[in-house]
Write a new protein. Structure first.
Length: 404
């Protein structure tokens, strides 16, 4: 969310120092990604322990998403005058506090409060980490540095979510939060000793954000991020109950399913970027919407196979999960490239709003999924997600037409 660093305050690190700093920021993003989204994998034990429905438990993710969407752009803009090391450390400390709260006070209210604090911490750390990595890397290494920093977030989908799920099912959901906190402490220490002291950047101000937000065409393009993610999170939030009640999978099956989704996420990141370079962002996004229109309704078929526990049903479910994850994670590279192309001069603002759009979509999707689950059960989730993806496709084509 920041422009280039001031020449007088920033420095280009030598290769060993740069690698160490980027590894630290990437590892921190891994821990944040695990702590933010492992709720998906521990929904069942959390709901059972707190004696609430899966729909109510899923609203915890909605709270996090709404808080992130609102707080991240504002907090990053208003902390622009503070040294980057202090901001990064503060973000990690807030996230650590958020993980400690449910360990000490395992109640529904405390969990929601902790998710707001976690969203504030993550909403500060992740975008500032990207700016620091770019600003302290030589120009020819800048793109690789950014990719490396965000690699930790991707790896959290492969390893962090299954690990959180396994811990929750084996030892209790509070243990999963305690492990995240334990992993976070060395990250905080490393950030404090490795990130250069006194580093400052020219911040994106609230005025910059307001200027872009008054442009209806650009905001409609950014809003497609929320449309696409809304459809996906109808299913994503309640993936564990779908697999548990639809296929009879327990701890090992759900952990394995999340691992498969993580592998699909890595493949999707690579495929999305390559496809966007080859056929263009708009065509890539259109293809992804059409692909998800085919894949998402498949989740409504899973409960019909409940109790059979056959090798065929398990294999089909795994294949569905991988395809869904690949197409879903191919989205971000193409959308980011499209938004930068629409307003190159406002790229930091566009990407900040795009990040907020991710969490707006997650909030709407998880909330809508909860309503469907409460009113009609698990079976319609896939069909509702598919219908919402159809609306996202219409949204995309309207914005592309406006782009001229």
């Amino acid at each position: 969310m920041s422009h280039s660093p001031h020449p007088s305050s920033a420095q280009i690190l030598d290769a060993p120092s740069s690698r160490l700093m980027i590894a630290t920021l990437s590892m921190s993003n891994f821990v944040i990604g695990m702590g933010a989204f492992m709720i998906i994998g521990l929904l069942e034990p959390l709901a059972a322990d707190l004696r609430i429905s899966s729909a109510r438990a899923g609203s915890v993710l909605t709270t996090y998403a709404v808080a992130y969407a609102i707080l991240s752009p504002v907090l990053v803009a208003t902390t622009g005058g503070i040294g980057r090391r202090r901001v990064l450390a503060a973000g990690l400390a807030m996230f650590g506090l958020a993980c400690l709260i449910p360990v000490l006070a395992p109640t529904e209210a405390a969990l929601h409060a902790s998710r707001i604090i976690a969203a504030a911490g993550a909403g500060i750390f992740t975008p500032v980490a990207a700016a620091v990595a770019a600003g302290l890397s030589a120009p020819e290494r800048r793109a690789k540095a950014l990719a490396a920093v965000f690699f930790g977030m991707t790896m959290s989908q492969i390893l962090g979510l299954p690990l959180g799920s396994f811990l929750a099912y084996t030892f209790g959901w509070q243990v999963a939060f305690a492990v995240v906190l334990a992993l976070l402490v060395p990250c905080l220490w490393l950030v404090w000793i490795i990130v250069p002291r006194g580093l400052s950047f020219q911040p994106v101000t609230l005025r910059d954000l307001a200027r872009v937000m008054r442009n209806g065409r650009l905001m409609l393009a950014v809003g497609f991020t929320a449309s696409f993610l809304t459809a996906g999170y109808v299913v994503n939030t309640f993936l564990a109950p779908l697999l548990s009640q639809g296929l009879g999978w327990g701890r090992n099956g759900i952990s394995l399913a999340l691992l498969a989704c993580g592998i699909g996420a890595v493949a999707g990141n690579i495929i999305g970027g390559a496809l966007s370079d080859r056929i263009g962002p708009a065509r890539t996004l259109t293809f992804l919407c059409l692909a998800q229109l085919v894949v998402l309704p498949g989740f409504s078929l899973l409960p019909l196979a409940g109790g059979q526990a056959t090798l065929l049903s398990a294999s089909l479910a795994m294949g569905l999960l991988v395809l869904w994850s690949v197409f879903g994670w191919s989205f971000m590279a193409a959308q980011q490239a499209r938004l930068i192309g629409l307003a190159p001069q406002a790229a930091p603002v566009m990407l900040a709003l795009n990040a907020a759009g991710v969490y707006v979509g997650a909030a709407f999707g998880s909330a809508m999924g909860g309503l469907v689950l409460s009113g009609f059960g698990l079976a319609p989730l896939g069909m509702v997600a598919g219908a919402l993806m159809g609306l996202a496709l219409i949204h995309l084509r309207v914005t592309v037409r406006l782009d001229g």
